[in-house]
Ligand binder design. Structure first.
Ligand SMILES: *Cc1c(COP(=O)(O)O)cnc(C)c1O
Length: 416
Protein backbone atom coordinates (compact mmCIF):
# COMPACT_ATOMS: atom_id res chain seq x y z
CA UNK A 1 0.00 0.00 0.00
CA UNK A 2 1.36 3.43 -0.92
CA UNK A 3 0.88 5.83 1.96
CA UNK A 4 3.74 8.31 1.47
CA UNK A 5 3.59 11.95 0.52
CA UNK A 6 1.78 12.79 -2.70
CA UNK A 7 3.42 15.34 -5.06
CA UNK A 8 1.47 18.21 -3.49
CA UNK A 9 2.63 17.16 -0.04
CA UNK A 10 -0.61 15.37 0.81
CA UNK A 11 -0.78 11.80 2.02
CA UNK A 12 -2.36 9.28 -0.30
CA UNK A 13 -5.77 7.90 0.54
CA UNK A 14 -5.66 4.12 0.32
CA UNK A 15 -7.77 2.59 -2.43
CA UNK A 16 -8.91 -0.17 -0.13
CA UNK A 17 -9.80 0.52 3.51
CA UNK A 18 -7.96 -1.93 5.78
CA UNK A 19 -10.17 -3.98 8.10
CA UNK A 20 -9.29 -4.72 11.71
CA UNK A 21 -10.04 -8.09 13.34
CA UNK A 22 -13.39 -8.59 15.14
CA UNK A 23 -11.42 -9.32 18.34
CA UNK A 24 -10.13 -5.72 18.25
CA UNK A 25 -13.65 -4.32 18.01
CA UNK A 26 -14.96 -6.53 20.82
CA UNK A 27 -12.04 -5.69 23.16
CA UNK A 28 -12.14 -1.90 22.94
CA UNK A 29 -13.14 -1.67 26.61
CA UNK A 30 -9.67 -2.93 27.55
CA UNK A 31 -7.85 -0.17 25.68
CA UNK A 32 -7.31 3.51 26.43
CA UNK A 33 -7.63 6.23 23.81
CA UNK A 34 -4.04 6.19 22.58
CA UNK A 35 -3.98 2.39 22.39
CA UNK A 36 -7.10 2.46 20.21
CA UNK A 37 -5.57 5.20 18.06
CA UNK A 38 -2.35 3.26 17.57
CA UNK A 39 -4.12 0.06 16.51
CA UNK A 40 -6.32 1.95 14.05
CA UNK A 41 -3.40 3.92 12.57
CA UNK A 42 -1.05 0.98 12.15
CA UNK A 43 -2.55 -0.62 9.03
CA UNK A 44 -2.29 2.73 7.23
CA UNK A 45 1.12 3.84 8.36
CA UNK A 46 3.27 0.91 9.45
CA UNK A 47 4.99 0.77 6.03
CA UNK A 48 5.89 4.41 6.47
CA UNK A 49 6.96 4.63 10.11
CA UNK A 50 8.12 2.15 12.77
CA UNK A 51 5.52 1.39 15.41
CA UNK A 52 7.51 3.11 18.20
CA UNK A 53 7.46 6.32 16.18
CA UNK A 54 3.76 5.96 15.47
CA UNK A 55 3.15 5.43 19.17
CA UNK A 56 5.02 8.64 19.98
CA UNK A 57 2.89 10.44 17.38
CA UNK A 58 -0.41 9.39 18.98
CA UNK A 59 0.75 9.96 22.56
CA UNK A 60 1.98 13.49 21.74
CA UNK A 61 -1.03 14.31 19.57
CA UNK A 62 -3.74 13.24 22.01
CA UNK A 63 -2.38 14.71 25.22
CA UNK A 64 -5.78 16.07 26.27
CA UNK A 65 -8.86 14.25 27.61
CA UNK A 66 -11.85 12.96 25.62
CA UNK A 67 -14.92 13.00 27.86
CA UNK A 68 -18.30 11.31 27.63
CA UNK A 69 -20.97 13.29 29.47
CA UNK A 70 -24.40 11.81 30.21
CA UNK A 71 -27.14 14.21 29.28
CA UNK A 72 -29.75 11.56 30.10
CA UNK A 73 -29.50 7.83 30.67
CA UNK A 74 -29.83 7.23 26.92
CA UNK A 75 -28.20 10.34 25.46
CA UNK A 76 -24.50 11.04 25.86
CA UNK A 77 -22.35 13.93 24.70
CA UNK A 78 -18.84 13.21 23.44
CA UNK A 79 -16.85 16.30 24.38
CA UNK A 80 -14.23 16.68 21.67
CA UNK A 81 -13.25 20.19 22.69
CA UNK A 82 -10.63 19.71 25.40
CA UNK A 83 -7.68 20.34 23.06
CA UNK A 84 -5.72 23.60 22.74
CA UNK A 85 -8.13 25.45 20.41
CA UNK A 86 -11.27 24.08 22.10
CA UNK A 87 -12.72 22.39 19.02
CA UNK A 88 -12.61 18.89 17.55
CA UNK A 89 -10.33 20.07 14.73
CA UNK A 90 -7.43 19.70 17.18
CA UNK A 91 -7.62 15.91 16.67
CA UNK A 92 -6.92 16.13 12.96
CA UNK A 93 -4.45 19.00 13.18
CA UNK A 94 -2.29 17.64 16.00
CA UNK A 95 -2.06 14.13 14.55
CA UNK A 96 -1.35 15.42 11.05
CA UNK A 97 1.37 17.79 12.29
CA UNK A 98 3.30 15.11 14.16
CA UNK A 99 2.94 12.61 11.37
CA UNK A 100 4.13 15.19 8.91
CA UNK A 101 7.13 16.06 11.04
CA UNK A 102 8.18 12.40 11.30
CA UNK A 103 7.86 11.85 7.57
CA UNK A 104 9.75 15.07 6.76
CA UNK A 105 12.47 13.93 9.18
CA UNK A 106 12.68 10.52 7.55
CA UNK A 107 12.89 12.09 4.09
CA UNK A 108 15.39 14.67 5.44
CA UNK A 109 13.78 17.83 4.24
CA UNK A 110 12.30 20.90 5.83
CA UNK A 111 8.78 21.65 4.73
CA UNK A 112 6.93 24.96 4.56
CA UNK A 113 3.20 24.62 4.92
CA UNK A 114 0.95 27.28 3.42
CA UNK A 115 -2.58 27.63 4.76
CA UNK A 116 -5.27 30.08 3.71
CA UNK A 117 -7.87 30.33 6.46
CA UNK A 118 -11.04 32.15 7.36
CA UNK A 119 -10.75 31.18 11.02
CA UNK A 120 -11.17 27.87 12.80
CA UNK A 121 -9.07 25.56 10.64
CA UNK A 122 -6.19 28.03 10.76
CA UNK A 123 -6.06 28.18 14.53
CA UNK A 124 -6.19 24.39 14.87
CA UNK A 125 -3.46 23.93 12.23
CA UNK A 126 -1.31 26.68 13.76
CA UNK A 127 -1.52 25.11 17.21
CA UNK A 128 -1.11 21.63 15.79
CA UNK A 129 2.22 22.50 14.16
CA UNK A 130 3.43 24.88 16.88
CA UNK A 131 7.03 23.97 17.83
CA UNK A 132 6.85 20.76 15.79
CA UNK A 133 10.37 20.23 14.36
CA UNK A 134 11.14 20.23 10.63
CA UNK A 135 8.03 22.13 9.64
CA UNK A 136 7.40 25.85 9.13
CA UNK A 137 3.85 27.15 8.86
CA UNK A 138 2.71 30.25 7.04
CA UNK A 139 -0.94 31.17 7.63
CA UNK A 140 -2.78 33.71 5.54
CA UNK A 141 -5.95 35.26 6.89
CA UNK A 142 -8.08 38.18 5.67
CA UNK A 143 -7.59 41.38 7.66
CA UNK A 144 -10.60 42.22 9.83
CA UNK A 145 -12.55 39.15 8.68
CA UNK A 146 -11.80 36.70 11.50
CA UNK A 147 -12.99 36.94 15.11
CA UNK A 148 -10.65 38.39 17.71
CA UNK A 149 -10.39 35.04 19.46
CA UNK A 150 -9.50 33.28 16.21
CA UNK A 151 -6.93 35.93 15.38
CA UNK A 152 -5.31 35.71 18.80
CA UNK A 153 -5.12 31.93 18.49
CA UNK A 154 -3.35 32.16 15.14
CA UNK A 155 -1.27 35.30 15.40
CA UNK A 156 0.33 35.18 18.84
CA UNK A 157 2.24 31.92 18.54
CA UNK A 158 5.50 32.90 16.82
CA UNK A 159 8.33 30.30 16.71
CA UNK A 160 7.74 28.22 13.54
CA UNK A 161 4.29 29.72 12.89
CA UNK A 162 4.03 32.95 10.89
CA UNK A 163 0.67 34.66 10.48
CA UNK A 164 0.17 36.97 7.50
CA UNK A 165 -2.68 39.43 7.71
CA UNK A 166 -3.70 39.95 4.11
CA UNK A 167 -5.33 43.16 2.95
CA UNK A 168 -8.22 41.43 1.19
CA UNK A 169 -10.81 38.69 1.60
CA UNK A 170 -10.47 34.93 2.11
CA UNK A 171 -10.48 34.32 -1.65
CA UNK A 172 -7.37 36.52 -1.95
CA UNK A 173 -5.60 34.37 0.65
CA UNK A 174 -6.57 31.24 -1.22
CA UNK A 175 -5.43 32.70 -4.56
CA UNK A 176 -2.00 33.61 -3.15
CA UNK A 177 -1.50 30.09 -1.79
CA UNK A 178 -2.59 28.45 -5.03
CA UNK A 179 -0.27 30.68 -7.03
CA UNK A 180 2.65 29.84 -4.75
CA UNK A 181 2.21 26.14 -5.43
CA UNK A 182 2.63 26.64 -9.19
CA UNK A 183 5.47 29.19 -9.03
CA UNK A 184 8.59 27.49 -10.37
CA UNK A 185 11.18 29.68 -8.68
CA UNK A 186 9.50 29.39 -5.30
CA UNK A 187 9.20 25.62 -5.56
CA UNK A 188 12.92 25.34 -6.35
CA UNK A 189 13.83 27.29 -3.24
CA UNK A 190 11.32 25.86 -0.81
CA UNK A 191 9.62 22.54 -0.20
CA UNK A 192 6.05 23.80 -0.13
CA UNK A 193 3.09 21.84 1.09
CA UNK A 194 -0.57 22.32 1.85
CA UNK A 195 -2.31 21.27 5.06
CA UNK A 196 -5.65 20.98 3.32
CA UNK A 197 -4.71 18.07 1.14
CA UNK A 198 -3.25 15.74 3.75
CA UNK A 199 -6.47 13.81 3.58
CA UNK A 200 -5.96 10.58 5.36
CA UNK A 201 -3.79 12.16 8.06
CA UNK A 202 -6.64 14.45 9.05
CA UNK A 203 -9.50 12.02 8.57
CA UNK A 204 -7.99 9.02 10.28
CA UNK A 205 -7.74 10.63 13.75
CA UNK A 206 -11.40 11.58 13.43
CA UNK A 207 -12.24 7.88 13.35
CA UNK A 208 -10.46 7.07 16.64
CA UNK A 209 -13.01 8.66 18.94
CA UNK A 210 -15.94 6.73 17.48
CA UNK A 211 -14.15 3.54 18.50
CA UNK A 212 -13.36 5.07 21.88
CA UNK A 213 -17.10 5.63 22.46
CA UNK A 214 -17.80 2.02 21.61
CA UNK A 215 -15.25 0.95 24.24
CA UNK A 216 -16.93 3.16 26.85
CA UNK A 217 -20.30 1.66 25.88
CA UNK A 218 -18.90 -1.87 26.22
CA UNK A 219 -17.86 -0.96 29.78
CA UNK A 220 -21.49 0.03 30.49
CA UNK A 221 -22.81 -3.15 28.86
CA UNK A 222 -24.43 -1.22 26.02
CA UNK A 223 -24.61 -1.80 22.28
CA UNK A 224 -23.30 0.43 19.49
CA UNK A 225 -25.05 3.81 19.66
CA UNK A 226 -26.50 6.16 17.09
CA UNK A 227 -23.93 8.89 16.39
CA UNK A 228 -25.25 12.39 15.78
CA UNK A 229 -22.64 14.54 14.03
CA UNK A 230 -22.91 18.34 13.61
CA UNK A 231 -21.67 18.74 10.05
CA UNK A 232 -20.34 21.34 7.62
CA UNK A 233 -17.73 19.87 5.29
CA UNK A 234 -18.55 16.38 6.62
CA UNK A 235 -14.98 15.49 7.59
CA UNK A 236 -16.05 14.52 11.09
CA UNK A 237 -18.82 12.24 9.84
CA UNK A 238 -16.47 10.75 7.24
CA UNK A 239 -14.18 9.77 10.14
CA UNK A 240 -17.04 7.70 11.57
CA UNK A 241 -17.74 6.08 8.23
CA UNK A 242 -14.06 5.22 7.92
CA UNK A 243 -14.23 3.42 11.30
CA UNK A 244 -17.31 1.56 10.05
CA UNK A 245 -15.46 0.49 6.90
CA UNK A 246 -12.61 -0.69 9.12
CA UNK A 247 -15.08 -3.08 10.75
CA UNK A 248 -16.55 -1.09 13.64
CA UNK A 249 -20.09 -2.18 14.48
CA UNK A 250 -22.46 0.78 14.12
CA UNK A 251 -26.15 1.49 14.48
CA UNK A 252 -26.81 4.66 12.44
CA UNK A 253 -25.19 8.01 11.75
CA UNK A 254 -27.13 11.28 11.84
CA UNK A 255 -25.91 14.14 9.64
CA UNK A 256 -27.05 17.29 11.46
CA UNK A 257 -26.74 20.66 9.72
CA UNK A 258 -28.01 24.21 9.96
CA UNK A 259 -30.05 25.63 7.06
CA UNK A 260 -27.12 24.83 4.74
CA UNK A 261 -28.87 21.53 4.13
CA UNK A 262 -27.52 20.22 0.83
CA UNK A 263 -26.63 16.82 2.30
CA UNK A 264 -29.78 16.28 4.42
CA UNK A 265 -31.78 17.19 1.29
CA UNK A 266 -29.94 14.49 -0.61
CA UNK A 267 -30.32 11.95 2.22
CA UNK A 268 -34.08 12.52 2.24
CA UNK A 269 -34.21 11.42 -1.37
CA UNK A 270 -33.41 14.54 -3.37
CA UNK A 271 -30.56 15.02 -5.80
CA UNK A 272 -27.29 16.46 -4.53
CA UNK A 273 -27.42 20.15 -5.47
CA UNK A 274 -24.66 22.47 -4.18
CA UNK A 275 -25.88 25.92 -3.17
CA UNK A 276 -24.30 29.20 -2.05
CA UNK A 277 -23.84 29.06 1.70
CA UNK A 278 -26.02 31.07 4.07
CA UNK A 279 -24.61 32.67 7.22
CA UNK A 280 -25.87 31.22 10.52
CA UNK A 281 -25.03 31.15 14.23
CA UNK A 282 -23.30 27.79 13.77
CA UNK A 283 -20.87 29.37 11.34
CA UNK A 284 -18.32 26.54 11.17
CA UNK A 285 -21.06 24.59 9.38
CA UNK A 286 -21.94 27.26 6.79
CA UNK A 287 -20.94 25.18 3.80
CA UNK A 288 -22.86 25.04 0.53
CA UNK A 289 -20.85 22.32 -1.22
CA UNK A 290 -19.24 20.01 1.36
CA UNK A 291 -15.81 18.87 0.17
CA UNK A 292 -16.12 15.41 1.71
CA UNK A 293 -19.32 14.45 -0.08
CA UNK A 294 -17.40 12.81 -2.92
CA UNK A 295 -15.40 10.83 -0.38
CA UNK A 296 -18.58 9.62 1.32
CA UNK A 297 -19.92 8.49 -2.04
CA UNK A 298 -16.68 6.65 -2.75
CA UNK A 299 -16.76 4.89 0.65
CA UNK A 300 -20.17 3.45 -0.27
CA UNK A 301 -19.13 2.49 -3.79
CA UNK A 302 -21.39 5.20 -5.20
CA UNK A 303 -24.59 3.59 -3.90
CA UNK A 304 -27.22 6.17 -2.88
CA UNK A 305 -29.36 3.47 -1.29
CA UNK A 306 -26.51 2.27 0.88
CA UNK A 307 -25.61 5.81 1.98
CA UNK A 308 -29.24 6.54 2.88
CA UNK A 309 -29.59 3.34 4.88
CA UNK A 310 -26.63 4.29 7.11
CA UNK A 311 -27.01 8.07 7.41
CA UNK A 312 -30.14 10.10 8.24
CA UNK A 313 -30.21 13.84 7.58
CA UNK A 314 -31.55 16.64 9.80
CA UNK A 315 -31.35 20.42 9.49
CA UNK A 316 -32.40 23.27 11.80
CA UNK A 317 -32.79 27.03 11.76
CA UNK A 318 -31.06 29.49 14.08
CA UNK A 319 -34.29 29.80 16.10
CA UNK A 320 -34.39 26.05 16.65
CA UNK A 321 -30.69 26.11 17.56
CA UNK A 322 -31.25 28.75 20.23
CA UNK A 323 -34.31 26.91 21.50
CA UNK A 324 -32.23 23.76 21.96
CA UNK A 325 -29.49 25.66 23.82
CA UNK A 326 -32.10 27.08 26.23
CA UNK A 327 -33.91 23.76 26.68
CA UNK A 328 -30.80 21.77 27.56
CA UNK A 329 -29.58 24.49 29.91
CA UNK A 330 -32.95 24.46 31.66
CA UNK A 331 -33.50 20.70 31.77
CA UNK A 332 -29.95 19.42 32.30
CA UNK A 333 -28.04 22.55 33.33
CA UNK A 334 -25.55 21.85 30.52
CA UNK A 335 -24.23 24.30 27.95
CA UNK A 336 -24.07 23.54 24.24
CA UNK A 337 -22.30 25.48 21.50
CA UNK A 338 -24.63 26.22 18.53
CA UNK A 339 -23.11 23.40 16.44
CA UNK A 340 -23.52 20.84 19.19
CA UNK A 341 -27.09 22.06 19.83
CA UNK A 342 -27.98 21.10 16.26
CA UNK A 343 -26.54 17.63 16.81
CA UNK A 344 -28.47 17.21 20.07
CA UNK A 345 -31.73 18.25 18.41
CA UNK A 346 -31.21 15.75 15.60
CA UNK A 347 -30.54 12.96 18.11
CA UNK A 348 -33.75 13.79 19.99
CA UNK A 349 -35.81 13.91 16.79
CA UNK A 350 -34.39 10.58 15.67
CA UNK A 351 -35.09 9.01 19.09
CA UNK A 352 -38.79 9.94 18.86
CA UNK A 353 -39.05 7.94 15.62
CA UNK A 354 -37.61 4.82 17.28
CA UNK A 355 -39.47 2.41 19.54
CA UNK A 356 -37.67 1.01 22.55
CA UNK A 357 -35.17 3.81 22.99
CA UNK A 358 -31.78 3.49 21.30
CA UNK A 359 -28.61 4.83 22.94
CA UNK A 360 -27.51 8.12 21.42
CA UNK A 361 -24.18 9.92 21.28
CA UNK A 362 -23.93 13.50 20.05
CA UNK A 363 -20.48 14.76 19.15
CA UNK A 364 -19.78 18.11 20.85
CA UNK A 365 -17.58 19.91 18.33
CA UNK A 366 -16.70 23.14 20.18
CA UNK A 367 -16.48 24.41 23.74
CA UNK A 368 -19.45 26.67 24.55
CA UNK A 369 -17.09 29.48 25.56
CA UNK A 370 -16.09 29.94 21.92
CA UNK A 371 -19.65 31.10 21.30
CA UNK A 372 -20.29 32.92 24.55
CA UNK A 373 -21.65 35.97 22.68
CA UNK A 374 -24.51 33.78 21.49
CA UNK A 375 -24.99 31.59 24.55
CA UNK A 376 -24.74 34.01 27.46
CA UNK A 377 -27.75 36.15 26.48
CA UNK A 378 -29.84 33.02 25.77
CA UNK A 379 -29.11 31.20 29.00
CA UNK A 380 -28.30 34.05 31.35
CA UNK A 381 -25.23 32.13 32.45
CA UNK A 382 -21.76 33.66 32.33
CA UNK A 383 -19.10 31.38 30.89
CA UNK A 384 -15.56 31.69 32.19
CA UNK A 385 -12.72 31.56 29.71
CA UNK A 386 -10.56 28.52 30.48
CA UNK A 387 -6.98 29.35 31.41
CA UNK A 388 -5.52 27.59 28.36
CA UNK A 389 -7.44 29.99 26.16
CA UNK A 390 -6.98 33.07 28.31
CA UNK A 391 -3.18 32.88 28.02
CA UNK A 392 -3.37 33.56 24.28
CA UNK A 393 -5.63 36.55 24.74
CA UNK A 394 -3.02 38.16 26.95
CA UNK A 395 -0.24 37.77 24.41
CA UNK A 396 0.96 40.17 21.78
CA UNK A 397 -0.33 39.88 18.22
CA UNK A 398 2.66 39.19 15.95
CA UNK A 399 1.14 39.02 12.49
CA UNK A 400 2.79 40.63 9.50
CA UNK A 401 0.61 42.80 7.27
CA UNK A 402 0.86 42.30 3.54
CA UNK A 403 -1.07 43.52 0.52
CA UNK A 404 -2.83 41.08 -1.77
CA UNK A 405 -0.33 40.96 -4.65
CA UNK A 406 1.48 37.73 -5.37
CA UNK A 407 4.83 39.51 -5.84
CA UNK A 408 4.75 40.80 -2.28
CA UNK A 409 3.82 37.38 -0.88
CA UNK A 410 6.51 35.66 -2.91
CA UNK A 411 9.11 38.19 -1.79
CA UNK A 412 8.18 37.51 1.81
CA UNK A 413 8.50 33.73 1.39
CA UNK A 414 11.91 34.00 -0.27
CA UNK A 415 13.35 36.32 2.37
CA UNK A 416 12.01 34.47 5.40
C1 LIG B 1 -15.46 22.45 11.58
C2 LIG B 1 -16.55 22.41 12.56
C3 LIG B 1 -17.74 21.67 12.33
C4 LIG B 1 -18.00 20.94 11.04
O1 LIG B 1 -17.15 19.84 10.90
P1 LIG B 1 -17.02 19.13 9.46
O2 LIG B 1 -15.97 18.10 9.63
O3 LIG B 1 -16.60 20.22 8.51
O4 LIG B 1 -18.34 18.58 9.12
C5 LIG B 1 -18.71 21.64 13.32
N1 LIG B 1 -18.56 22.30 14.46
C6 LIG B 1 -17.45 23.03 14.73
C7 LIG B 1 -17.36 23.75 16.02
C8 LIG B 1 -16.41 23.11 13.80
O5 LIG B 1 -15.32 23.84 14.07
Amino acid sequence: MRTGLAPDGGLYMPVEIPKLEPIFWSSLHKLDFTEIALEMARPYLSDELPVEVLKKVVVDAFNFPVKLHSLTEKHHILELYHGPTLAFKDFGARFMARLFSEIAHKEQREVTILVATSGDTGSAVAHGFYKVPGVKVCLLYPKGKVSRLQEMQMATLGENVTALEVDGVFDDCQRLVKQAFVDEELNKKLQLSSANSINIARLLPQSFYYAFVLGEFQKMGMDAPVFSVPSGNFGNLTGGLLAMKMGMPVHTFLAATNVNDVVPGYLKGGTYTPKDSVQTLSNAMDVGNPSNFVRIKALFGGSDASIRSHIKGYSYTDEETLDEIRTVKKQQNYLLCPHTAIGVRAAKEYAISQLGGVPLVTLATAHPVKFRDVIEPETGQKIDIPERLAVWLKREKQSISIGNSFEEFKGFLIES
